[in-house]
Design a protein around this ligand. Structure first.
Ligand SMILES: Cc1cc2nc3c(=O)[nH]c(=O)nc-3n(C[C@H](O)[C@H](O)[C@H](O)COP(=O)(O)OP(=O)(O)OC[C@H]3O[C@@H](n4cnc5c(N)ncnc54)[C@H](O)[C@@H]3O)c2cc1C
Length: 438
């Protein structure tokens, strides 16, 4: 008899956990992702601020699963699902909408940016979701200092050296504090015409406090730490406008050439593909066993799923996605082996953490609330533990120790795919000048 076909879309935290949970299952598993790597999103801000290189927070999916013989990895973009005929449609570099059939389907396609109806902001305020986003942010941040150094009119320096971060959740707070450290340590002595320490970093949010998922006490501690690092925190006002010259907040224009969006997330298109009930944010409403109503063979997990527990929707965090991935994998295994179905899914909340600069983090787990160096050590240990491979754990650990001790960063390179034309023409001109002078 042919082995059952299990298609998993998305090799993020949820999809990878599901695939691994099925490693002993007699089935053909096809894991499809639009990128070739599994990304550790919680450390994206460290790539954006040049602490880590992209390859320190992402691993080829193929290499993670190289020993799992029942899993095949496909690089492609899923564009739709035919839930009646049981197909997903995949587009790759060569072919459009190729149908791949399944007996079981797990959709773990995560989330994208949400600009709360202001999609026109995206052009001026890119977000931080993928490795490409983080590299683009790093290029933009480092280039701002280069442009300011090359700018002879000192009046223009301030606009170039003003960084606005929209969203004071964990990503905005971590990014803001890492940026403050970048200017105060790594860049401090590297420029001659500008003083990097004069850079203005503004963190804006319409919420009344930073890190709203945390307790008020920890929010206050994080805000005080940000301000100590020189970050200007503007709360209680949404951003009215973002354009090429900066942002407008509460009627005030803040001139800036570097605006980064960390405010909102929108789920993937899974709800549209399935044409099923979604919550207000567009996440697929799943049942207690994570399946879709009337389709017990389709599961939706992680950031793109919506499930309430204790009267509240589960948060879009890595732990939810991983626990749901493991659950869905186990459930399919039980169905295929005739075992008793597991009890309904229940999320075990291990807590929240956010780092605020060097040697300082806030941690909240059940009744435990901590801030300071101890919380930072816990943050560092837990993040290392969840990186995909031992080589990444070792390399990130060594880089962190090095950066902690010396203030030096792992990757301060500006690698811009659009730059070669300028570089080439500049190089050509320089070569011609050298040739002419001979
Ligand atoms: C900057 C940032 C910082 C974060 N920090 C934390 C933190 O500190 N702690 C925490 O718990 N959580 C954090 N999160 C949230 C956490 O990363 C997510 O909750 C988690 O990644 C969700 O897992 P997932 O499997 O649902 O989606 P993801 O991990 O996002 O994976 C989705 C996968 O699906 C693929 N995909 C999407 N659409 C398609 C398609 N159409 N076709 C093919 N492939 C597709 C994507 O390429 C991706 O690999 C952070 C998120 C971000 C963006």
């Amino acid at each position: 008899m042919a082995e059952p076909r299990i298609v998993i879309v998305g090799a993020g935290f949820g999809g990878l956990a599901a695939t691994k949970a099925l490693r002993k299952t007699r089935a053909q598993i096809t894991l499809i992702d639009r990128t070739n790597h599994h990304l550790f999103q919680p450390l994206l801000y460290q790539v954006a601020t040049a602490v880590l290189t992209p390859s320190q927070i992402a691993t080829p999916i193929r290499s993670i699963l190289s020993n799992q013989k029942n899993a095949t990895v496909i690089l492609g973009e899923v564009t739709g699902v035919d839930k009646d005929r049981k197909y997903v449609f995949v587009t790759d570099a060569d072919r459009q909408n190729v149908p791949i059939s399944y007996d079981y389907l797990i959709l773990a396609t995560g989330a994208a940016h949400s600009y709360f109806g202001h999609n026109e902001f995206e052009k001026f305020a890119p977000g931080l979701k993928s490795l490409a986003d983080a590299e683009a942010a790093r290029n933009k941040i480092l280039k701002a200092f280069e442009l300011a150094e090359a700018e002879e009119d000192p009046k223009r320096h301030q606009d170039l050296l003003t960084f606005v971060l929209v969203g004071a959740g964990p990503t905005g707070v971590e990014l803001g504090s890492a940026l403050a450290l970048l200017v105060r340590t790594s860049l401090k002595t590297d420029f001659r015409r500008i003083n990097p320490v004069s850079a203005r970093i503004v963190l804006v949010d319409m919420a009344p406090r930073v890190l709203s998922p945390f307790s008020e006490k920890l929010s206050r501690a994080a805000k005080a730490r940000l301000e100590k690092l020189g970050v200007e925190v503007r709360l209680g006002h949404s951003v009215d406008q973002i354009d090429a010259d900066g942002v407008v907040v509460a009627g005030e224009r803040i001139a800036s050439k570097t605006v980064i969006w960390t405010a909102g997330v929108a789920p993937s298109a899974a709800g549209k593909w399935l044409n099923v009930e979604t919550d207000r944010a567009g996440r697929v409403r799943v049942q207690k066993d994570l399946s879709v109503p009337s389709h017990s063979e389709i599961f939706v997990i992680g950031d793109t799923a919506s499930l309430d527990q204790d009267g509240k929707p589960l948060p879009g965090v890595a732990q939810v996605a991983m626990q749901q991935g493991r659950y869905a994998g186990k459930l399919i295994h039980k169905r295929l082996t005739g075992g008793a179905p597991p009890v309904p899914f229940s999320y075990f909340d291990k807590g929240n953490m956010a780092v605020v600069g060097k040697g300082f983090a806030v941690l909240q787990s059940g009744k435990v609330q901590m801030s300071g160096f101890g919380a930072w050590l816990a943050w560092a240990g837990i993040h290392l533990q969840f990186l995909a491979t031992s080589s990444l754990r070792l390399s990130v650990f060594l880089q962190w120790v090095w950066t902690y001790v010396t203030g030096q960063r792992g990757s301060r390179l500006i690698v811009d795919p659009h730059a070669p034309e300028i570089a080439t023409s500049t190089a050509d001109t320089a070569m011609k000048a050298v040739a002419a002078s001979k």
